[in-house]
Design a protein around this ligand. Structure first.
Ligand code: 0FX
Length: 251
């Protein structure tokens, strides 16, 4: 049984869910510490009174040394920092990934799943020296619909991540799970690949289907993603899409 687990994250809602799972299962053989990256304001990252949040910068060797000396298990729950090789080879590090590995490795998986018509889901895996690549502890698909946007699909993936955590947390803490190697066929997208999608070329010749797919892949709540340039002002004009499947009423 791992005794001292560190959770490092830049995603507050997910950490709150993680905290709720610990509470609901009454786990007390493992001590948990929550932390963020320097990217996130720790003062607004409030989980509960009993869990003060610290900050770890993975580029700071002193922080890495402290982590290695203190914790025997680390969870990355949407942590925006890359874990250094030294850390992942010495301490068990587990990542909760919003994609189905190895189909959806990397950044904003649901965006690329819509654009490329890949299946998608969620994965809990061990961290190795490559991105979203380690042995798989648990994974599951979600249903992707032709009317999903990035946001609606993301919400299904997050719900699946929470389901997987609920199901597998105890076996991870007890180190009693069976992990397996991911298949070799994989897709990896980075932040720069997402950024390259954003500028819409008004003269591009394509199909209506591809335009709809691109716009729904880039429609996510209030984020300003896809844009074209207004030639008159030189300003960006942001574009989103609304998809409304017909509601059937049975006689
Ligand atoms: O925390 P997270 O959901 O996850 C992201 C990556 O997708 C994941 O692969 C990585 N392991 C993790 C560290 O970071 O990211 P987020 O809360 O910044 O964004 C959530 C969704 O919001 C994202 O999937 C797409 C959408 N989004 C986000 C931003 C910042 C946009 O559509 N536009 C944006 O500018």
């Amino acid at each position: 049984m791992y005794k001292n687990a560190l959770i490092i994250s830049d995603n507050l809602p997910l950490c709150k869910q993680f905290h709720a799972i610990i509470k609901s299962k009454g786990i007390n053989a493992t001590q948990f510490t929550f932390s963020t990256s320097p990217f996130t304001d720790k003062n607004s990252f409030i989980i509960s009174e009993e869990y003060p949040v610290c900050v770890y910068n993975m580029k700071d060797q002193n922080a890495i040394d402290e982590i290695m000396a203190t914790y025997d298990l680390i969870f990355s729950i949407h942590c925006k920092q890359i874990f250094p090789p030294d850390l992942v080879s010495k301490v068990k590090c587990v990542n909760v990934h919003p994609g189905y590995n190895p189909i959806n490795r990397g950044w904003y998986p649901q965006v690329f799943a819509i654009i490329n018509d890949y299946q998608i889901g969620a994965t809990i895996h061990e961290i190795d020296k490559e991105l979203d690549n380690g042995h798989i502890i648990a994974r599951a698909f979600v249903e992707k619909e032709i009317y999903d946007t990035s946001e609606t699909l993301y919400n299904k993936v997050i719900a699946k991540e929470i389901e997987l955590l609920e199901e597998h947390l105890e076996s991870i803490l007890a180190n009693s799970y069976q992990a397996f190697e991911p298949e070799s066929e994989s897709n990896l997208y980075l932040k720069k690949d997402f950024n390259q999608l954003l500028h819409l070329d008004l003269n591009e010749v394509t199909t209506v289907g591809k335009v709809i797919d691109k716009l729904r892949a880039l429609t996510h709540g209030s984020y300003s993603n896809a844009y074209f340039i207004d030639e008159k002002s030189g300003k960006k004009v942001y574009v989103g899409i609304q998809l409304k499947p017909e509601q059937y009423e049975r006689d």
